[in-house]
Design a protein around this ligand. Structure first.
Ligand code: XMP
Length: 526
């Protein structure tokens, strides 16, 4: 049992872009999982009392000079291990097998032949497709291992030593392109006897206890952004300590249609904690007057936001000792603080002045986004909040190319609202879907919005020549915003969006659809 009270699988990060995905996939199977650096000594790994380890993939060759290694004692300590890709190769070389640069790299979907009577791949079809991404390959399994899978170019695409609970696969079971990959992870968790206790309910219970213990009778303040992370963090804290929490919502005027009402309703109805709404649109517009450079825009908005929040916190929550933040596990991993505790003390946050030094409460710092959403649902937050599309901190300002004015804001906000309404009508927005109509991750749009460029266009409406503005519609699918694909919307949906924008938004006489993916584009325009 790990330190969390749940059986824990540690994912040893060997430099893969996939380590986070592996941990998510394990947690989806209700077993708690954390990522640890590869250079953690065996004693520290074992002190965590993991139910099992998964060695991730990695971009290096095991023979490269600075190739990441693990403490070899980990492999012989009796902890069950699954090695994936580079992780499997590392197991092979450390345990006396052989890894060769075969000269035949495999990338992408690959045919795999499986020993269906093996433990790890039991009852799986003898022929299947898996996702490969490697140059080196295990060419001889270590003594005691049985080869359980192979491809045309990789003789040892999977091995196992059931007695020692050591398993390895050359392919990537964590990616969706390996259709039976989830079954492999599931079987591993079953083989190692990991108890499946990690649920939204257990996450809440654990955090509520931790928050109560930390804050005692002191007061907290939380900035609500309208996004899911701060909403769920606030809801959790509110569940734990009720009206000791004051929530502050800064309306900087760069928000989507009806945003303030949505936040007021969601938090008014859900919690008895005070909600302070600061209407600061004029202040932000003043700071943005004449600014066209995207970075300057972002900085001015960020600085002004801190000022407004600071004033509000002083005026309405001056006695607060803690600041609640919706920091997520991926941010924690990326900042290299993966082993920090839930509550960090005496930290200056987001540039807040020194005399505003709060202690931080970060109840989501162990959770992935999809888990945060599950917790939000369990806490009773409405789907429009839990499933709403991500929205950038600087708001509509980064969707207006050139100067941000009240008039240009009104145009882009109205167009943006139409885009979202039409996607909802087409069943493509998760926040508006219910029951059977809920689209799968692959079908729903990650983000959709309107962009107002700083050019004008000639058109003709009602027999009259017009000289107005175009709107660019952007809709993307994505799993995590690191990469994105433009959404293949039906022509009918696009036509309805275009007709409505041109018909209903004054001065817009043309609509274009952005078909750039990320990379090379970004999701936002600025
Ligand atoms: P890009 O445009 O870089 O955006 O592809 C990736 C994701 O991040 C969001 N985004 C932001 N979120 N503050 C935020 O909280 C920001 O300044 C910011 N800029 C971009 C963007 O909407 C997308 O989901």
């Amino acid at each position: 049992m790990g330190t969390t009270g749940h059986d824990t699988v540690l994912v040893v990060d060997l430099g893969a872009q996939y380590a986070q995905l592996i941990a998510r996939r394990v947690r989806e199977r209700h077993v708690y999982s954390e990522i640890v650096p590869h250079d953690l000594p065996a004693s520290e790994v074992l002190a965590r009392r993991p139910a099992g380890l998964i060695l991730s993939g990695g971009p290096q060759s095991v023979y490269a000079e600075h190739a990441p290694r693990i403490d070899p004692e980990i492999l012989t300590a009796g902890v069950p291990i699954l090695g994936i890709c580079y992780g499997q190769q590392l197991m092979a070389v450390e345990l006396g097998g052989e890894v060769t640069r075969t000269g035949r790299p495999e990338y992408g979907r690959t045919a795999l032949a499986v020993q269906s009577d093996s433990a790890l791949l039991r009852e799986q079809p003898a022929d299947q497709t898996v996702w490969m991404s490697h140059r080196d390959a295990v060419t001889r399994a270590p003594d005691g291992f049985r080869v359980i899978a192979s491809t045309a170019d990789t003789p040892v695409a999977g091995f196992e030593d059931v007695g020692r609970q050591l398993y390895g696969v050359q392919y990537h079971p964590e990616v969706s392109h390996t259709p039976l990959g989830g079954v492999v992870l599931d079987t591993f968790l079953t083989l190692i006897g990991a108890r499946r206790t990690w649920t939204a309910h257990s996450m809440i219970a654990q955090q509520v206890d931790a928050i109560r213990e930390t804050v005692g009778g002191d007061r907290l303040v939380c900035g609500l952004s309208g996004g899911v992370d701060s909403a769920v963090a606030a809801a959790l804290v509110s569940d734990a300590v009720g009206d000791q929490l004051t929530c502050v919502f800064v309306d900087h005027g760069l928000l989507r249609h009806d945003e303030r009402r949505l936040v007021e309703e969601a938090f008014g109805a859900y919690s008895d904690s005070g909600l302070v709404v600061i209407k600061a649109a004029d202040r932000f517009l003043e700071r943005l007057a004449g600014v066209v450079d995207p970075e300057v825009k972002r900085k001015r908005i960020g600085t002004e936001f801190i000022r407004v929040f600071e004033e509000a916190a002083r005026d309405h929550a001056g006695d607060a000792r803690f600041l609640v933040q919706g920091t997520l596990y991926p941010d924690v991993i990326e900042s290299g603080h993966g082993t920090a505790s839930t509550i960090k003390s005496h930290h200056n946050v987001g540039g807040l002045p020194a005399d505003m030094a709060f202690e931080l409460v970060e109840p989501l710092r162990w959770l992935f986004k999809d888990e945060v959403r599950r917790v939000g649902e369990e806490l009773g937050l409405p789907p429009e909040i839990v499933w709403r599309q991500p929205f950038p901190g600087p708001g509509l300002a980064v969707r207006i190319i050139g100067e941000v004015t009240a008039q240009r804001l009104a145009l882009v906000r109205a167009a943006d609202h139409i885009v979202l309404e039409e996607l909802r009508r087409a069943g493509l927005d998760r926040a508006a879907a219910t029951g059977d109509a809920v689209p799968g991750a692959a079908d729903h749009v990650w983000q959709s919005f309107a962009v107002l460029p700083d050019v004008r266009a000639v058109g003709v409406q009602g027999d009259q020549r017009t000289y107005g503005y175009p709107i660019i519609v952007r809709a993307v699918t994505s799993e995590d915003a690191m990469t994105a694909d433009f959404a293949r919307l039906d022509w009918d949906v696009l036509e309805r969006i275009a007709n409505r924008i041109v018909g209903e938004v004054d001065e817009i006489n043309r609509v274009a659809y952005d078909i750039t993916s990320k990379p090379p584009g970004t999701i936002e325009w600025e």
